[in-house]
Design a protein around this ligand. Structure first.
Ligand code: CU
Length: 97
């Protein structure tokens, strides 16, 4: 578990997040903003049952900023994310539909 947190917090790490100890959630939505500097992406997403969320517009953290090169504002996307122990929502995969 400590490994998961360490990787999720290490923004310089090129290593993929260790997902084995955390549930990955899947969502579908539209990209409404991309902030490369802050390593964040805003998505208007539909309901995500696995985490008990209604549809909403919100920012997600993107520790692996190469993922931000895959999408543009306005794209409809499929994305995966984890909830870290300190309640950050970190995108682990995203791709335009
Ligand atoms: Cu949300």
């Amino acid at each position: 578990m400590a490994q998961v947190q360490a990787n999720a917090e290490n923004t310089l790490s090129k290593e993929p997040l260790m997902l084995t100890a955390n549930q990955t959630h899947h969502g579908v939505g539209t990209v409404t903003a991309i902030d490369n500097k802050a390593k964040k992406i805003e998505l208007k997403h539909g309901p995500i049952k696995s985490i008990g969320w209604m549809g909403m517009k919100m920012f997600f953290a993107v520790d692996d900023t190469e993922l931000l090169d895959e999408v543009e504002v306005g794209d409809k996307v499929d994305f995966d994310f984890i909830e870290t122990r300190d309640k950050r929502y970190v995108i682990t995969d995203i791709e335009a539909q």
